[in-house]
Design a protein around this ligand. Sequence first.
Ligand code: ADP
Length: 709
Amino acid sequence: MLSALVAAIVGLAVGGAVLLRDPRRSVHVLFATFAFNVAVQRLLHFLGSTQESGSLLRWAAMLAAVSLPATAQRFFRAFLGDEAGPPPMSRITLAGAVVLYLALLSSLFLTTPVHTNQWFYLGLLTYVFLGLYLSVYYLYRRYRRTPSRVEKIRLLYLLIGGLATVTAAALDLVPWMPSLGNILITIYLYFLSQTLVRYRLLDLNELLGRMVVLAALASIATLIFGLLLIKLVDLNEIGLLFLNALIASTAIIIVFEPLRALLERVVNRWMFQEKYELFRRIESLRTDLMNVIDVRDLVPRVLSALEDSRRVTHASMYIVDPDGSAYDLIGHVGPRPEGRIDAVAHRGFLERLRRAGVVSVEGLERELLALRNRQGEEREALLLVVRALELVNGSVVLAILGEEQLLGMLVLRDERLREAYSSEEIELFRSVAASIGVTLQNSQIYERMKERDRLAALGQMAAGLAHEIRNPLGSIKGAAQYLQPVEGQQPEGSTREFLGIIVEEVDRLNKIVSQFLDYARPYRGEQSPLDVNDVVRKTLNLIERERSGSHVEIVMNLLDGLPPVRADAQQLRQVILNLTLNAFDAMPQGGRLQVTTSLRRSTRRGAAAAFLEIRIRDDGIGIPLADLRNLFIPFFTTKEKGTGLGLPISQRIIENHGGTIEVRSQPGSGATFTVLLPVEADAYASYAEARKSVPPGMRKPTSATVSPK
Ligand code: ADP
């Protein structure tokens, strides 16, 4: 019987706690109403249990019991959403309550009160329990309808718990059955309140942990009660009992928080070795990360610590590209996920990650469920995010942030466990992502990103300046030409020579400024399907004629039958020219220039099916490592008369075509510049089709060698 009192106190406590959390949320208010209802009913039941059947306390306990189905149903419907229960059922429940209330009220005026009648009591109990089972049925309906696997399993716990609690409470009424009802009521109310304040359903591990803690606390409370009640052998002194109850609950409340924390720690360690292990490892990983500066060190450490924690089967890390266009895979355990996440194609996902810090399958499923009846952009956007998560093969993705920018992401998944990660664990992983963010910020990548931003701003300024310079240049040249003596007149000393210098230098300056403006102004050109081999051949012939004095041997390996590429012929010629002239400059004593075209299958999904490669390779002086980084920065040059704009312009052009330029070089052993141009899916398909009909032996490059002059 004492357990009824405990249930009452816990009911009051959890109802109050939930209400205190956020009294503005209606589901909190409804839960508190239900919990208070249970508490009052249990209290009245406890107080009335020693009294004869007609007593006022028993009457009041019945009154409280009658409202239980209504308060329970109201709460569960608000908690589970509208589809959980049809409104007519709640109307019937309400009507039943009104009838029973009226009957109970009539007892006050009748000489033989209704509530002492056995049949009436039986009817009342039937109503109450049927009503409570109806709430459990709501849970069942919601369980059947939810599409989310994770949510389903958690609803199942809630459902089984509810069924067990109502059944145990009903069985309490059978005299020879062990009375478990109050204990289950206590636990279930607590469980519900935890589910509410955590805003998500708990998983089995968390639930078990919390229940063990609660059971331990309940036993301690019962012990305190027992000790206090030893002296009260006769229970007539109700006043004293109340006093004791007050003392006991005060005692519980005082020891509750510290004791709970302690018990949770001990229980976690003892029952959930795995989870405890994870906490420990993550802690040590974080201390470890404080000393790491190099990203190459960081990745294996993080991944192996996660793998050792036995809480992940898939883990991977992505880091932003130097130019911010994509996120590259830099390490993984488990099966290999997508190697590159394009920043534009997955903007929605990346932006959400940046803002929320974490994206989980579970959260997305919940949002999709809320939008299930709606079509439209919002849902489409959400589905795209889900697809991105599939691409990186994760159930949780954590943002690695630095000054509000998304520097990278940490992707995790555990396929052995049906439940996703608990919120506690996600918090833990977030702390790791935060540490990685700090390390990255301290690393070179971050420096490079900052440099990129700085250069972008500088570039804009310079473009403005170039415009301003061009106009006076025109006037200077015009004036100088005006002063120059007309052909046939006597030259006046060195005037002619100096004026010549002015005009020449103005022309040079003008060329630099024009080139720079070309670079600064994004221009797409006239793109049409081109035979790249043809462009390469023509450009090289031109160079061969121009540089006929150099001792450079040009070797062409152009693969026959390549698919056409959409490009601007003029611009492509300029790129090949820039790269080839650089190669000539790198081989002042002569050497060999190899130009190769071929096809590279794409590994990127969603982008081009393949890339056409133009590889320009020299065996000249090569590029020192320190310079390699600066090649594409405007005005970087090592040549006396260089402009430092050839490579940046080439890069800009190729980027406008959706391609990239790769560089590989060793000082002393030459350099290789590779231009990659995307091949459209259709063009690639007909190319692949055509290839099928060519026997493998015939697929050879055509070579043309231009011998040294
Ligand atoms: P510029 O040729 O006017 O200097 P670029 O942007 O074309 O400007 O090249 C920048 C620098 O890159 C060059 O000054 C040179 O140091 C280096 N470079 C480019 N291509 C090569 C190459 N094939 N071999 C060695 N160094 C190269």
